[in-house]
Design a binder for this molecule. Structure first.
Ligand code: GRF
Length: 218
């Protein structure tokens, strides 16, 4: 137990990525444990997922603070009190201050539903469809002060299919998110992830050699 990475997860909503992390951590030998889930939203469904898994939860309402700095300081204090080593943002819909982000540099990760650096921000699915890209996906990355910036740890790709709309594409990407996020967490917990010159290197990371071509040409 002692050399397990202690993880804090920040959520604002339904928490399907949180669930994927909970399920991964429940696997025998998984090198991380989720010790705290924080939500800024009272009725975020992810809180129920955490409680069901016996994980401590805390609600920290952004409305209760005069400034973003004070809100972030409360989150920081709660994470430190629980001895958290790594923070996972999982659908956490607040922008964190530079002070918080820098204090947790390389110990703070996020999942974003696009192949970064394309389609930062919101509404990534419709923007990908409107741009006519043929491949979309998701990215797990270390968080930097600029939104959706930071060294990339894992990406997963999905093809855009005929008849796709935003919801269909979102669902297809979400399936990959639930694989990519636990994978990134495991690699970090195993000490295999290093950041140098803002690029991630994964020790002994067997690359996937499968390529995705869309359309296939068949
Ligand atoms: C996911 O699409 C994630 O990529 C984005 O917010 C969404 C959170 O979904 N950052 P969930 O709450 O994990 O189901």
């Amino acid at each position: 137990m002692t050399d397990m990475l202690k993880v804090g997860v920040l959520i604002s909503g339904r928490g399907t990525n949180l669930q994927a992390l909970i399920d991964a951590c429940a696997q025998p030998g998984f090198p991380a444990i989720i010790s705290l889930v924080i939500s800024n939203v009272d009725d975020a469904y992810g809180l129920q997922r955490a409680e069901k898994a016996g994980i401590a939860t805390k609600i920290i309402r952004h409305q209760s603070f005069d400034s973003r700095a004070d809100f972030d300081a409360a989150i920081d204090a709660a994470l430190k009190k629980s001895g958290i080593n790594l923070v996972c943002l999982a659908g956490f819909m607040r922008l964190l201050t530079g002070e918080f982000v820098n204090a947790w540099q390389d110990r703070l990760i996020n999942i974003h539903p696009s192949l970064l650096p394309a389609f930062k921000g919101l509404d990534t699915y419709q923007r990908a469809l409107d741009a006519g890209v043929k491949i979309a996906g998701c990215t797990v990355h270390f968080v930097r002060v600029e939104m959706d910036e930071g060294p990339i740890i894992v990406q997963a790709a999905v093809p855009i299919l005929p008849g796709d709309d935003s919801d269909r594409l979102a669902a297809r990407i979400l399936e990959k998110e639930h694989i990519a996020y636990p994978l990134a967490l495991r690699l970090i917990a195993e000490g295999k992830v290093a950041v140098a010159d803002e690029v991630v290197r994964v020790d002994n990371g067997a690359p996937s050699t499968e390529s995705l071509i869309n359309p296939s040409g068949d």
